[in-house]
Design a protein around this ligand. Structure first.
Ligand SMILES: Nc1nc2c(ncn2[C@@H]2O[C@H](COP(=O)(O)OP(=O)(O)OP(=O)(O)O)[C@@H](O)[C@H]2O)c(=O)[nH]1
Ligand SMILES: Nc1ncnc2c1ncn2[C@@H]1O[C@H](COP(=O)(O)OP(=O)(O)OP(=O)(O)O)[C@@H](O)[C@H]1O
Length: 488
């Protein structure tokens, strides 16, 4: 039973439905249906393997691992630390089949949709983590409808007053019919001019409006792209021809025209932008670009997710991981045609080779195993604190111990404590050989039964007690546990 009182199965079915809606294939939908079965039921990997095949079983196992890491991160409030959250994004994409991340996102989206049933504290914790970890993941994978839904739901739970205020204002100024009628008018005019095109309209999401207003200190009337059209045409000449058509249809808002084709942005972004007073008085932003410019703006150096993530400098490894994940999701799950109408089903703009091989000249190719020589990210748990650490490829447990300042003789490669419970643990098992290699997503626990810091604190406290002849241990001293008592 869910907290809402609904049968648990409903969550599984709804997760699978969300995946089917964006066009995921049957293995992904089946794994979506079974996504909690390893953790929350008695089904085993072998049973899923035998019944549904290796593809589905591996995906379910991948989701289970992601769920465990996400739970750890939530318990440790990792999402509040920007660097660590960023490492988690990369780790999630690099350690799992990108389709497992897709399933985890669908699972999270349904949990966010039904969040009202949880106590307020849990709602906030969930929403915070979703905003920091899962919405950026959806953005990196290019699933913009999910990204927007996740962000809007988080906004509603984290800033209820602002959310209420902005939604009320948007009801007044948001005009869906205007986009439809502008599209219809432009459709006709472009056909009359014999310009072949693909046209896509969107309204800006509530959360995106909120962010733009706070970032640029604007009021809602100063946001010109609440309603937007994007026009994708065959070639550069058609971009300017289409612009003239638009200028004939509507009047331009002065000072808003930008020619990023003649003057591309530093990241290579090219497009024509103009804002017109569409039907009525509401501004309408129109972006015009060729298919090639569009691919660049979606996948290349000027990719929208990088533009939205701002100034952060991503390492080439992160870029590879994200591009690879987008590749898998886009061309393997057929999400493109459903979630990205701007590209449509036109085969001619698909990259010129098929997954998983790439032709030499393919500008969007990244090696599937790009994780092999890139850095690895692991979860380190020490004294009940979790951190996401970055290590060079081929690092070992010993390297990690050295970084943690634990590579004393007690922790050296050949000097592990005899007692199993005192050894560091790798993925919940005691480590027997410190030279063993770390892999992406490993969880290393360094919490021996005798935490060094508490021990020295405790000794100092005892020393002070003797010096002052006091018989009472202050409440700040750590509690005397069995092992400390024995060793003192
Ligand atoms: N993919 C991608 N899109 C971009 C990039 N730069 C701008 N855009 C798109 O173009 C829109 C407007 O960008 P600009 O014309 O540069 O306007 P601005 O002054 O930066 O922002 P506005 O406040 O929206 O006018 C953005 O909202 C994006 O949709 C980029 O580098 N990459
Ligand atoms: N005029 C437009 N027509 C169609 N789609 C657009 C238009 N402008 C942006 N988009 C797309 O809409 C989605 C949501 O973008 P969003 O409105 O949140 O940000 P943005 O407009 O790209 O950036 P910013 O808020 O920084 O100006 C993205 O996929 C983006 O590519």
């Amino acid at each position: 039973m869910r907290a809402s009182g609904d049968p648990y199965l409903e969550h599984c079915v709804e997760t699978a439905v969300l995946l089917a809606i964006i066009g995921a294939n049957s293995s992904v939908v089946a794994a979506g249906l079974l996504h909690d079965s390893l953790d929350d039921s008695f089904l085993s990997y072998d049973y899923i393997f035998k019944t549904f095949g290796a593809g589905v079983a591996d995906l379910v196992e991948g989701v289970s691992k992601l769920s465990q890491l996400s739970k750890l991160a939530r318990e440790n409030n990792t999402a509040s630390k920007t660097v660590e959250a960023d490492r988690l994004h990369t780790m999630f994409l690099a350690m799992a089949d990108a389709r497992a991340v897709l399933i985890k996102l669908a699972d999270r989206l349904h949990n966010m949709i039904t969040l009202d049933a949880l106590p307020l504290v849990k709602q906030q914790r969930f929403a915070k983590e979703t905003l920091q970890i899962f919405a950026p993941l959806a953005n990196r994978l290019g699933i913009s409808t999910w990204k927007e839904q996740l962000e809007n739901l988080c906004f509603k739970h984290l800033n209820p007053d602002q959310h209420r205020h902005l939604s009320a204002r948007l009801v007044e100024s948001f005009d869906e019919a205007m986009i439809a009628s502008a599209k219809e008018k432009l459709d006709k005019a472009l056909t009359d001019e014999a310009i072949s095109y693909h046209l896509h309209g969107r309204h800006k999401s509530l959360y995106s409006i909120h962010c733009k207003m706070s970032k640029k200190k604007l009021n809602m009337d100063q946001i010109h792209d609440i309603h937007g059209l994007r026009l994708i045409v065959e070639n550069k000449e058609d971009c300017y021809r289409a612009l003239r058509v638009i200028q004939r249809l509507w009047s331009e808002v002065p000072g808003q025209f930008k020619d990023y084709i003649t003057n591309p942005k530093f990241n290579g972004y090219r497009s024509l932008h103009t804002v017109v007073t569409g039907e009525g008085t509401v501004p309408l932003e129109v972006q015009i670009r060729t298919k090639e410019m569009h691919l660049q703006a979606e996948f290349g150096f000027a990719a929208h997710w990088r533009y939205k993530e701002g100034d952060c400098k991503h390492s080439s490894f992160v870029l590879q991981v994200v591009e690879w994940a987008r590749w898998v999701i886009t061309w393997q799950c057929e999400t493109m045609s459903k979630d990205r109408p701007s590209i449509g089903c036109d085969d001619s703009i698909k990259p010129p080779c098929t997954f998983p091989t790439h032709s030499d000249g393919c500008p969007y190719s990244y090696k599937p195993h790009c994780g092999q020589d890139g850095p690895i990210f692991i979860i380190m748990i020490e004294n009940d604190k979790m951190s996401v650490q970055e290590f060079p490829a081929d690092s070992t447990v010993m390297d990690l111990l050295e970084r943690a300042g634990r590579a004393s003789s007690r922790w050296s490669a050949y000097g592990f404590p005899v007692k199993e419970e005192l050894r560091p643990r790798l993925n919940h098992r005691p480590v027997h050989d410190a030279t063993c290699k770390l892999t992406m997503g490993d969880v290393v626990e360094l919490t021996p039964a005798i935490p060094d810091k508490s021990l020295s604190d405790y000794r100092e406290e005892i020393q002070r007690m003797y010096e002052h002849g006091s018989a009472t241990v202050s409440s700040t001293a750590p509690a005397v546990s069995g092992p400390i008592g024995r060793r003192s």
